[in-house]
Design a protein around this ligand. Structure first.
Ligand code: ADP
Length: 267
């Protein structure tokens, strides 16, 4: 069958350049038609491929300037590979670390606005990210930050990553209801977004640096929260703190956060 999302391997050339590696395997630079693409080569046993192929139809339809576009999948031969929009400057967390001390306030805020805009689009499409963090955002050639890897954790075959008890579970980005009973929602994404803003204003530092996952869970339930990053304006910290309300319904929506952040950037 010639599904629209199926990429013909004859149209794809892979460079030797490795862009990185992640949960599913290595990511290579490639060329597809006239486009530069990032190609995720899916390691055998790393992904529930049938479930993903089903969902790829939905994900291909998600299209926005602040989302890293999925172009298609190539399932003709093993390993299966996924073609994404190529993002010249790599992941946001590395970008922040590599530019420490040199990113102006306006740039930091613009990064948060970009991510929030992409997330407001996902929220309006009723699509939950489930693993929003600076490491899952990418920076384009024009320094636009885009949201990547949305919904992908559902296809990871690694209990250490998918179970909230697992050693690779992103506890430090997770809302309490996610840690306690895996209740994911756009409001749990909002919690993670608050942590992402904290990462941006701490220039890529690890949240709760000296605490274990267990200690973080304990501190959160005692009502403790991340502190205001030194260089963050008070108004920005208020938005973070609002995103970390215990009850999901007390947190703002992405649409609301987007308008608030935009207003701050126009000051
Ligand atoms: P996984 O989803 O398998 O965990 P990641 O998405 O974390 O993999 O990708 C691993 C690394 O590959 C990233 O940290 C980044 O450096 C690079 N990478 C991933 N996607 C892209 C892309 N679209 N453009 C450029 N580099 C990318």
């Amino acid at each position: 069958s010639s599904d629209k999302w199926e990429v013909d391997p004859a149209d794809l050339t892979l460079d030797d350049a490795e862009l990185g590696s992640g949960q599913f395997g290595v990511v290579l630079l490639g060329h597809w038609r006239e486009l530069k693409v990032a190609v995720k080569m899916v390691r055998a046993g790393a992904m529930s491929e049938e479930d993903f192929k089903e969902e790829a139809r939905v994900m291909m339809k998600l299209s926005h300037t602040k989302l890293v576009q999925l172009y298609g999948v190539c399932t003709q031969h093993a390993p299966m590979c996924l073609l994404f929009e190529f993002m010249e400057h790599g992941c946001l967390s590395d970008y922040l670390r590599n530019h420490r001390g040199s990113l102006p306030q306006g740039t930091l805020l613009a990064m948060c606005v970009d991510v929030c805009e992409g997330m407001a689009y996902l929220e309006s499409a009723n699509f939950i990210h489930r693993d929003l963090a600076a490491r899952n955002c990418l920076v384009s050639e024009n320094h636009v930050v885009k949201v990547s890897d949305f919904g992908m954790t559902r296809f990871v075959l690694d209990d250490q990553y998918t179970s909230s008890q697992g050693s690779k579970f992103p506890v430090k980005w997770s809302a309490p209801e996610v840690i306690q009973y895996s209740k994911f929602s756009s409001k749990s994404d909002v919690w993670s977004f608050g942590v992402l803003i904290w990462e941006v204003y701490n220039e890529g530092r690890m949240p709760y640096e000296n605490r274990s996952n267990g200690e973080v869970v304990e501190a959160l339930s005692a009502g403790l929260r991340l502190h205001k990053p030194k260089i963050a304006p008070e108004a920005v910290y208020q938005l973070m703190d609002w995103s970390w309300k215990e009850k999901p319904e007390d947190r703002p929506s992405f649409t609301l956060l987007f308008h608030q952040l935009l207003a701050l950037s126009e000051l």
